[in-house]
Design a protein around this ligand. Structure first.
Ligand code: ATP
Length: 617
């Protein structure tokens, strides 16, 4: 029991510190606001929650009666030597234990049910909300932070709704009840407890702070070691090719040693704390036995009274330990709530207007009408006007950073322009539903993103209800069927994380099959063939041509050889279109296009040409 007390107290501070992560202590008002928001989440389940709290309170009250029963039982043996009383009291105690088991089972079940339900609701709500947020939000936040909110922060909220709330109620009942009953049993003996509890509380506060700050340092060090390992392991090819394994291992070892040192200090402090509390506890217990024994000898106390008294002392110790944990649990839950609601309070920048209509029977005309757009302050697109007719293939070329990808990203309405309009079939994108536009746009880019599942599932992402035959037809059209069929598992082959088990050209063709299956009217190709060797490129190019048939296609390409056949070429420079025309027209004129083309076609050195495109003049 005493061991429990010390480890409880120690765990309370240490655990509190771990939960607390880097949350600073909050002002009572902020804490209250956050807690109110947490408890509002459990409002739909408030009847269950209230029932749980009621049952747990009954459990606490029953636990308070148990020592009194024991007292009577011992008195029946030692004072009165009454056999039938002993039997009746034993039976009474068994009934009490049964009641306690039943209420604590149902109370805990209801409580945990509520906690899990609130957490599940919150996770679903946050994840749904994340999917409504815009790309700008995701460029400003690290994915790791967002996923950690879904796991750790939601977990903190759960512990506040369940354990902390229940502890607050049951431990305070137990504390107040035990103190009162103890005083009634023998107030002089109670003084020993009243002297020890404040001393333990002061020690717990002092050590608690120290351990919390050490724990924060440990978490920082731990994050450092993880970051070092993650970085090196994800760039393992680079590390090996530069023969830097030794260097990386040393870097990691240094970080681990620092972590060890911080952990050693924390172990030292928490071991000192446990021993001190243990010492105080056993001293107090010995004092109670000594003084209680004296009182028993003097006939002022019965053996039963002394045993009951010691039970209440244990109760008090447990309640004080439990309650000291509460502040840090609530504080860390408040921090988590602030972050979670910060996320939920972020309004999606792009939303359907209240009177937005779905865009049906789309033809595929695209127009930019004096569009100006900036990610931050500096405009990236400046007064851009262009028109693309349904079924046309238009290429965007120009130096890196000229705004080509940005212009493309306005079409599925990833962003809204600050000025001007983007139109599809003559409708301003802000007047139609986002879903109806995006369902008619398919994109293939250089950086193909695949899910860690089978090839078939990756292709089917284009149209979830597609049959196996349709998936295969798309793969054939994308020149992907032959290599897929040659794999041992065929369409069921797993592609690995981000598709690592496939070559660049194979990934591209899967992406093309996916876009084919989508059968969208508008096709956006961003550097779709730039990283391929000539053989793969020919296969991909052929697949792309099949994909482009009958669709409005916008192509971004640095390699001008891939866009020569486009109906029209728009040359971008610094957020503006500086030239328009076919390859032949543009090549015949002086200007940026001819400069770019001259560089690329001069000696066929692609690397050099791409490099020079970054700074064409
Ligand atoms: P590249 O040919 O290299 O892909 P690009 O012509 O497609 O270049 P964009 O990617 O449209 O050029 O970028 C235009 C400008 O916008 C660049 O200066 C870039 O730094 C900036 N930019 C692009 N994306 C973002 C973003 N998410 N947030 C802030 N600035 C951005």
């Amino acid at each position: 029991m005493a061991r429990n007390r010390t480890s409880d107290a120690e765990a309370s501070t240490v655990e509190g510190a771990d939960n607390e992560d880097t949350d600073a202590a909050r002002s009572p008002q902020k804490l209250w606001t956050a807690l109110r928001r947490i408890f509002r989440l459990s409002r739909p389940y408030r009847l269950r929650l209230l029932a749980a709290l009621f049952l747990l309170s009954v459990g606490s009250l029953v636990a308070l009666v148990v020592p009194l029963g024991l007292r009577e039982l011992l008195n029946a043996v030692f004072e009165e030597a009454n056999r039938s009383m002993l039997d009746r009291l034993t039976l009474g105690l068994v009934v009490l234990f049964l009641i306690q088991a039943a209420v604590s089972f149902s109370g805990n079940y209801l409580l945990e049910w509520t906690g899990e339900r609130v957490v599940s609701d919150l996770r679903q709500r946050i994840y749904r909300h994340l999917h409504r947020l815009t790309l700008r939000f995701f460029s400003d936040h690290r994915t790791g932070d967002l996923t950690s909110r879904l796991t750790n922060d939601v977990g903190s909220v759960r512990s506040a709704v369940t354990q902390a709330l229940a502890d607050l109620l049951t431990q305070s009942l137990s504390l107040v009840g035990s103190v009162a009953l103890m005083v009634v049993l023998n107030w002089r003996l109670s003084l020993i407890i009243f002297l020890v509890v404040p001393v333990v509380t002061i020690i717990a506060i002092y050590f608690g702070r120290k351990i919390r700050s050490l724990s924060r340092n440990i978490q920082d060090r731990l994050a450092d070691t993880t970051a070092i390992a993650e970085e090196a392991l994800s760039a393992i090819r680079l590390v090996k090719s530069f023969a830097r394994s030794g260097y990386e291992v040393e870097r990691y070892n240094d970080a681990v040693e620092e972590l060890f040192e911080e952990s050693r200090v924390r172990v030292l402090v928490s071991a000192t704390f446990s021993s001190l509390v243990g010492l105080l506890f056993f001293s107090a217990l010995t004092a109670i036995f000594w003084y209680g024994g004296t009182e028993v000898l003097a006939g002022r106390l019965t053996t039963g009274d002394l045993v009951a008294f010691i039970f209440y002392a244990f109760n008090i110790a447990r309640s004080v330990g439990g309650m000291s944990r509460l502040y840090s649990t609530f504080n860390s839950a408040a921090g988590a709530t602030e972050r979670l609601f910060g996320l939920l309070d972020t309004d999606p920048e792009i939303q359907d207007a209240p009177d937005a209509k779905p865009l049906t029977d789309l033809r595929g005309d695209i127009a930019f009408d004096h569009v100006t757009f900036a990610y931050e302050q500096e405009p990236v697109l400046k007064d851009l006007t262009l028109e693309v007719e349904a079924g046309e293939t238009v290429a965007f070329v120009g130096p890196s950073g000229a705004g080509k990808s940005t212009a493309i990203s306005l079409i599925p309405r990833f962003y809204d322009p600050q000025d001007g309009r983007v139109l599809i079939d003559g409708h301003d994108l802000r007047t139609v539903t986002v879903q109806s536009v995006r369902s008619q746009v398919a994109a293939v880019s250089q950086d193909v993103q695949l899910f860690n599942t089978t090839i078939a599932e990756n292709i089917r992402y284009g149209r979830l209800e597609a049959t196996d035959a349709e998936v295969e037809r798309a793969a054939r059209a994308a020149n992907a069927h032959d290599f897929i069929a040659a794999l041992p598992d065929g369409y069921d082959a797993e592609v690995g994380e981000r598709g690592v088990k496939l070559s660049g050209g194979q990934r591209q063709r899967i992406a093309i099959a996916r876009a084919l299956l989508r059968d969208a009217k508008i096709l956006l190709l961003d550097e779709a063939t730039s990283s391929l060797d000539s053989a793969s490129e020919a296969l991909v190019q052929e697949a792309l041509e099949r994909l482009m048939e009958g669709r409005t296609t916008l192509i971004i390409a640095h390699r001008l050889s891939t866009v020569q056949d486009a109906d029209r070429i728009l040359v971008f420079d610094d957020g503006r279109i500086v030239q328009r025309g076919t390859h032949d027209e543009l090549f015949a004129r002086d200007g940026l296009y001819r400069d770019l083309a001259a560089l690329q076609f001069r000696d066929g050195n692609r690397e050099e040409a791409v490099e020079s495109l970054r700074d064409p003049r």
